[in-house]
Design a protein around this ligand. Structure first.
Ligand SMILES: [Zn+2]
Length: 308
């Protein structure tokens, strides 16, 4: 078994505004880095389109309808201070849900050991009924609920190393202890949540970092907080909210990770997936706004996934 990469050109049709950091070039840079013989063994599939109802696994129907109605016929529209949508955004968002659900199918059905969904828009800031921070639907949360609904995955751990706290994922699972949410992130920083004291139903584990922190403190947070929490929870499936904006080149934050830190964290989570979940691990793209930092980090993440 190898690693599955889910992609689709629809993700490039979600347009933001000129100068907006969450732009189609991000995925072009990521795929350019994977267009290399080192990734010849990677299985690649076009992401299927999801039905809108699948979004209701994490969002109220009324919110899904509100998003649909906010999509402009031409030009751009704003659904939150930072979140812009274009005519292609609806299909991109649904294709993103198709990608993450297909990733779950592929891994749980043991077609592949693990999978990475290279999606846009990202998802972890999307709360139950609020688009936020470039995010429309919460891809990771929907993937977790889908794995619980359609398979025997009772306990799902979501590990989020995007440099921003995944307030949306935390919001959705705040009182649902069948899902563990663990996050490393810079604090203070957008969106302002993510303190250690935010613990939900005992299923939230925040490990904030400070501006300027680098590899050593990131790995310490992982070793001392995230990995023990995942090990104690012993999930049936691990989902990674893989943002690469904690890379030192990223313009939106001040954490100084290198691509090797993402490979290291990936390996640690793969070890836990082997221990608890028969190796089942699904990863999906969140942030990462420096094209080079994103590309080298995602490539390092993929290289490690492919060692499974
Ligand atoms: Zn981010």
């Amino acid at each position: 078994m190898t690693t599955l990469l889910l992609h689709h050109s629809d993700f490039l049709e979600h347009l933001t505004a000129p100068g907006h950091p969450e732009r189609p070039d991000r995925l072009k840079a990521l795929h350019a880095a994977l267009d290399h013989e080192a990734f010849a063994a990677l299985a690649r599939e076009e992401a299927p389109m999801a039905e809108p109802d699948i979004a209701c696994l994490a969002h109220p129907q009324a919110y899904v309808e509100k998003v649909r109605q906010a999509i402009p016929e031409m030009g751009l529209a704003r659904i939150d201070a930072d979140t812009v949508v274009s005519p292609g955004s609806w299909h991109a968002a649904l294709r993103g849900l198709g990608a993450v659900c297909r990733a779950v199918d592929a891994v749980v059905q043991r077609q592949y050991q693990n999978a990475f969904a290279a999606v846009r828009p990202p998802g972890h800031h999307a709360e139950r009924d609020q688009a936020m921070g470039f995010c429309i639907f919460n891809n990771a949360a929907i993937a977790a609920r889908y794995a619980q609904r359609d398979y025997d995955m009772e306990r799902v751990a979501i590990v989020d190393w995007d440099v921003h706290h995944g307030n949306g994922t935390q919001d959705i699972f705040w009182s649902d202890d069948s899902v563990l949410y663990c996050s490393t992130h810079q604090m203070p920083l957008y969106p302002g949540t993510g303190a250690v004291s935010e613990t939900g139903a005992g299923n939230i584990c925040n490990a904030p970092l400070r501006a300027g922190d680098g590899s050593e403190l990131f790995r310490e947070a992982f070793r001392e907080r995230v990995l023990p929490a995942v090990k104690d929870f012993c999930p049936d499936l691990i989902i990674v909210s893989a943002g690469f904006d904690a890379h030192h080149r990223d313009p939106l934050a001040e954490i100084n990770l290198d691509h090797e830190d993402f490979a290291w964290a990936t390996g640690k989570l793969m070890d836990l997936a082997d221990h608890c979940a028969e190796g089942r691990l699904v990863s999906l793209l969140e942030g990462g706004y420096d094209l080079r930092g994103l590309a080298v980090s995602a490539a390092a993440h993929m290289r490690m996934l492919m060692t499974a």
